[in-house]
Design a protein around this ligand. Structure first.
Ligand code: SF4
Length: 313
């Protein structure tokens, strides 16, 4: 399967640039591998607001209920500069497919991993929070995948991030060239089981939208919105089992008893966490070849992102 190259905004230090406060960068083998499959758009918010490399550390502290970005060594409050930069940078971006930002940073931290303090000197710990730049990203791009490199070490989070990132890139590329409702129908068909996996409700809504389209450009815009929303939630085990069972329906009458029993025992193993979803996906894909079900073979669900990204090393 051909995969698109997602436009991924990435913290510059994760992209091999020596921009950290201590003049270093961050080595993360999975991020390095992932970026080979993407069009990275690097950003270092701290360097972009004029802080040099190396630089004195900055931190977040709370004043009147609001987070402030502060550099104790110079006594500079950098909050307004960071907010201004974030707004301008995020407004200047082309259509992007996701963000991968550095964990724990007072600027880039996205997942409440950043330490924050009650005082500007950073002596009294308050709680963990998000970085200032990351906060703006999350507010503005709520339908895009936004993660940090540490959370991607969890395989469920990583897979969901990759599915969203590559699916949204596929959608973006499709939208750049699509001219006719028949092309959208075809796109929808190829994504049917991926969408079913994430949201049956949205799948139906999108099917109705495409079937009753009067104005192609408006339909396309609405479709893209629903597509992004549909993929937002990570699928539960029940949703996986439901999707597997639907696909199995294509072959069940042509399989022998032993093959059927094997399929249902794999579902049980999957429910009990003994095997990953990929084992069942491979079996179903094999059957799609054996029974020449071309419609199924073209389903993005079978390989939503490059296989080499399956492992985190
Ligand atoms: S975490 Fe963000 S602000 Fe800090 S060095 Fe990396 S890119 Fe720059």
């Amino acid at each position: 399967m051909n995969h698109p190259k997602p436009k991924l905004v990435v913290s510059a230090c994760l992209n091999g640039e020596f921009v950290r406060y201590n003049g270093g960068s961050v080595e993360d083998p999975f991020v390095e591998k992932l970026l080979n499959y993407c069009q990275p758009i690097s950003v270092c918010p701290e360097v972009s607001i004029g802080l040099g490399v190396p630089r004195a550390k900055v931190l977040i502290y709370w004043k009147d209920g609001y987070p402030r970005l502060f550099q104790p060594f110079t006594q500079r409050d950098l909050t307004e500069e960071m907010e201004k930069f974030s707004e301008e940078f995020l407004s200047s971006l082309p259509q992007v497919d996701g963000f991968l930002l550095k964990a724990k940073s007072p600027s880039c931290g996205v997942s409440n991993s950043t330490l924050s303090y009650k005082d500007p000197e950073g002596k009294v710990f308050s709680h963990r929070t998000k970085g200032l730049f990351a906060k703006k990203v999350l507010e503005r791009f709520e339908d895009l995948p936004v993660e940090d490199e540490k959370r991607l070490r969890n395989e469920h989070i990583r897979r969901h991030f990759l599915i969203r990132l590559f699916s949204l890139a596929r959608l973006r590329e499709f939208m750049e060239t699509a001219q006719h409702i028949s092309q959208l129908m075809d796109f929808h068909k190829r994504n049917k089981y991926l969408l079913m996996l994430h949201s049956q409700v949205k799948l139906k809504e999108m099917g109705r939208l495409v079937a009753t389209s009067k104005n192609f450009q408006e339909t396309l815009k609405e479709y893209a919105k629903l597509f992004r929303l549909a993929l937002k939630r990570s699928p539960s085990k029940g949703q996986w089992v439901n999707t597997f069972t639907h696909i199995f329906g294509y072959f069940s009458s042509r399989l022998n008893q032993k093959e059927k029993e094997h399929f249902f025992s794999l579902l049980e193993d999957f429910r009990k966490d003994l095997i990953e979803e990929n084992v069942i996906l491979e079996l179903l894909k094999n059957w799609s070849f054996r029974f020449e079900e071309e419609y199924l073979q073209s389903q993005t669900l079978f390989e939503p992102y490059p296989k080499t990204l399956e492992k985190d090393t």
